[in-house]
Design a protein around this ligand. Structure first.
Ligand code: GUN
Ligand code: ZN
Length: 335
């Protein structure tokens, strides 16, 4: 019988809260636009929480009779409750340069991104921005995110502290960047490795936090730095890999010049052991069939960032091509 009367009362002190509104949640990935078995929708629904945990979601008519006077019922007629959104690719230091006018990616990095990221050398500044960023995510319904910080370890410290205080599910990491960037934003392969390892030890698995080894993208890392990123993945098998891949054609040409030994952009990462089932690559706009198969075979995922692709004129993402190759695709904002 689908009733909350079957849920035992929580131990003394734990409060039950019931929220009455329309409810919508996904049960699995939809196979088509009208795949009604992939979600559940209750026009008049009830969400029951014990403390801060959801214990039931269903039709109000079925669940209301199980409530009693100790329960706290909040009614929100005409409102829709959905699970928190997941942003699969976002940069917290770039919230302050959203919408800055630029031409294309590489120009945009030089003009706006790098100057903004330089300020995160200061922990207090980073912490203030991390608090503002987390508040903004929650205000927009995003409770989980995969996040770029900056090259400064303290930017990661600040971000995890802010997210942990709000009990958010975030995976983040220090940017690895040892070339083709301003000097004050560069690390070295060894320093990047050591700082990442220390951050993993301190934060990975704490509360709802996870770590992603985060080389910015192939042009800003030497082959040695990418290899050490691969070593981190081997040494800490629970962490993720998060980077950019093939955002536009100009970038892929640059990568071909920088890594002539690689067969394509994806191969640069693959040679370093970075294409895995725990890897998330932002963009993947121009990709060859070989690259798609390499990603799909490894179980890697792409973060599809439509707003960014259009704003920076990067191109259109081939969703069908990615899915046909078995690549997992998630949505990202990339601000
Ligand atoms: N590729 C490397 N770095 C970045 C970045 O900060 N933003 C975007 N959109 N692409 C990148
Ligand atoms: Zn990005």
């Amino acid at each position: 019988m689908n009733s909350i009367t079957t849920s035992p009362r929580p131990p003394d002190g734990a409060r039950r809260t019931a929220l009455r509104a329309s409810l919508l949640h996904a049960l699995r990935e939809p196979h088509s636009a009208d795949d009604s078995a992939s979600y559940e929708y209750f026009e008049d629904g009830l969400l029951l929480l014990e403390g801060d945990r959801v214990v039931r979601a269903g039709a109000a008519g079925e669940l209301l009779p199980g409530l009693d006077e100790r329960d706290d019922l909040h009614e929100h007629p005409g409102r829709l409750i959905v699970p928190g959104f997941v942003d699969t690719h976002i940069h917290y230091p770039q919230a302050e340069v959203i919408g800055s006018y630029g031409t294309r990616l590489l120009d945009w990095l030089e003009r706006y991104t790098f100057p903004a990221e330089a300020r995160y050398v200061d922990y207090d500044y980073a912490l203030a921005r991390a608090h503002a960023f987390c508040d903004e995510l929650l205000r927009n319904g995003t409770t989980s995110a995969l996040v770029f910080c900056t090259v400064h370890a303290q930017s990661v410290e600040a971000f995890f502290a802010a997210a942990q205080g709000r009990r958010m599910r975030v995976i983040a990491g220090k940017v690895l960047m040892d070339r083709n960037a301003p000097e004050h934003l560069r690390d070295t392969p060894e320093r990047g490795y050591e700082e990442s390892a220390a951050l993993i030890e301190r934060w990975h698995g704490q509360a709802r936090l996870g770590y992603a080894v985060t080389p910015r993208f192939a042009p800003t890392s030497s082959a040695r730095q990418l290899a050490l990123a691969g070593k981190l993945l081997q040494e800490y098998p629970g962490v993720h890999l998060h980077t950019h891949l093939s955002e536009n054609v100009e970038e892929t040409r640059w990568v071909a010049e920088l890594f002539p030994e690689a067969s394509d952009y994806t191969d640069v990462y693959d040679r370093a052991g970075l294409v895995t089932g725990r890897s998330v690559f932002a963009h993947g706009v121009p990709l060859t069939e070989r690259e798609r198969h390499c990603l799909g075979r490894a179980g890697a995922a792409l973060a599809f960032c439509p707003t960014s692709n259009l704003f920076l004129g990067s191109g259109l993402f081939d969703y069908e091509g990615a899915r046909a190759a078995g690549i997992e695709v998630g949505l990202g904002t990339d601000v």
